[in-house]
Design a protein around this ligand. Sequence first.
Ligand code: UDP
Length: 238
Amino acid sequence: MQTIPKDNKKILIKLSGGALSNGAEKFTESVLEETAKQIKEVQDAGYEVALVVGGGNLFRGAELAGNVGIRRSTGDYIGMLATVQNALAVRDYFESQGLIVRVSSAIAMPQVCESYIPQRARRHLAKGRVVIFAGGTGMPYFTTDTTAAQRALELNCGTLVLAKDGVDGVYTADPDTDSSATKIDKITATEVIEQNLKVADASAIAMCRDNNLPIRVVSMQDISKLKDESLGTTVLPE
Ligand code: UDP
């Protein structure tokens, strides 16, 4: 069986919904501005850039499960729609900053954005457009972390970048509450799962491990400095 090698000049960035907002402020301009700036720098260095946005700032399916008769799966679909809302807002902001952007949704909504078609997404990326993947995987009981791993794999990205707001990598403990917490420079995916470290969902980590995709966990401000291995945390696919 022939496998297509990963493209080290193609990255997929996962940005959580939580990073986009700040309390009552649904979309924090400084975060959008920083993300757009970083993406431009990465593109200028010759990389293709795709983005998966979460929806946690607006809605998380599990939060409502069992409440007022709402099924878990319905809550999840509402969550997926929240990611589309975020993607549209991020698209407009990025366009206002001069980036060329397409939103590609796992849930068809032709009046709003295009549907996810892998070949089409590849073509956009090759033309220097930023593709924002919305709607998660299109399936309940998943998260946008898993979406990010899946899209990165399907598009042969060389790295999955988990861009964090307010933290610059994976720590041995919560640095906000434990002063002895230290940043981990390198760790294997198996160790992340065994130690239950809060990096991303276990299913996303396992998918990356099983398909040989390294993960870089970095502060949003360091997205364009991925080559510097002293920054952030590298999760090796082992
Ligand atoms: N979701 C889902 N399937 C997916 C992706 C997302 O059901 O493939 C739903 C799920 O309810 C999730 C919500 O969408 O809680 C928002 O996504 P997520 O929690 O991953 O957003 P983030 O925490 O990254 O902002």
